[in-house]
Each structure stands twice: as structure tokens, then as C-alpha cells.
Design a protein. Structure first.
Length: 173
């Protein structure tokens, strides 16, 4: 098993709409024992975000998250940014969507902090596919496993990030 710090971290964000603001963030990775570690946070809207203007009812229906839930159960952006820096410092983070980088950075911008980790532009799918090929994992089996793992994507940040971490674990163990 690879040391924990060499495993990539997979992260996912959900937003109020495609051109909206981040409403949920999660990350997942394989730890040094082979277990999947994950965390997820609802994001409490910042006062200067005009969230009502960018709130998309179709996104709400997809994520099953309401503005009221964010306001009552969301964590402040400063708390989320500090937790991410504490938990992920020096790590490489990968996502399956190019929008996720901008949404993650919204949290840090609003918190007035810089991330202590690196958001990689290489997509999660490319990273895991490369790892499968490099480890000699049968690519037909990989495609089947990928199809099963990603069929469960729930449009919620934590299950989606965990699906990528589980797929990574499958091909590198």
C-alpha cells in the first residue's frame, strides 16, 4: 500500500447553478491502511454573494439542497477553508469537473485565505485511467468497474468524491 500522502485527493463541489456559487464541498482519499477517508460540508452563503440571483431551482432539485438548509446547517467559509488547509496541506486534489476548481476557490476567496494544497487541472478520470494502465490493471475490467462506480454519482459532493477514491483504490491496490 502506498503512503497516504502519495494518494491523490478527489474533491467535488455542488453549486447553486452552473454559473452560481458553491453550496457543498467534499473530498475523499485512500489512507495509509487502504480505507477511504472523506469529509463534506454544506457552505453557508456569504453575505456579499447574491445567492438568490444565482439560485437555480433545477440545481436544487438535483442536489436536494435548499437555501434554507444552507443558511441553517452550512459551515462558514473560513471554517471550511481552515479545515481543508489543515487536512489537505501539501496534497494534490483532482476533480471530475473543470467547474470545481473555481467553486473551491470561491470558498478561499471569501475566507481571505490561500489553499495550502494544489488543485490539479488533470481530470480525475484521466488520472485514474492512467493509474490503471500503469499498474497493469486490465483495461476492460477497469472500464466495467468505472461504469459501476460512476453509475452511483449522486450529484452530492461526498458520494461523488468517494466514488473516485474507491475507483483509485481498486486500480492501485
Amino acid at each position: 500500500m502506498l503512503p497516504e500522502s502519495t494518494h491523490p485527493v478527489f474533491f467535488d463541489c455542488e453549486a447553486s447553478g452552473l454559473h452560481g456559487v458553491v453550496i457543498e464541498i467534499a473530498w475523499a482519499f485512500v489512507d495509509g491502511t487502504g480505507e477511504i477517508v472523506s469529509e463534506a460540508y454544506l457552505v453557508k452563503p456569504v453575505d456579499d454573494w447574491d445567492i438568490e440571483a444565482v439560485w437555480d431551482e433545477a440545481a436544487e432539485a438535483m442536489h436536494h439542497l435548499t437555501l434554507g438548509q444552507l443558511r441553517s446547517h452550512g459551515k462558514p467559509v473560513w471554517d471550511i477553508a481552515a479545515r481543508m488547509n489543515g487536512a489537505l496541506s501539501g496534497r494534490d486534489l483532482y476533480s471530475d469537473s473543470p467547474f470545481d476548481e473555481a467553486w473551491a476557490l470561491q470558498i478561499f476567496d471569501a475566507a481571505g485565505m490561500e489553499p495550502t494544497f494544489t488543485l490539479r487541472r488533470l481530470g480525475a478520470d484521466q488520472l485514474v485511467t492512467q493509474a490503471a494502465a500503469q499498474s497493469g490493471y486490465d483495461l476492460r475490467r477497469y472500464r466495467e468497474a468505472r461504469e459501476v462506480a460512476l453509475a452511483v454519482l449522486a450529484h452530492r459532493a461526498e458520494p461523488d468524491a468517494r466514488a473516485w477514491a474507491e475507483l483509485w483504490h481498486l486500480v492501485v491496490k
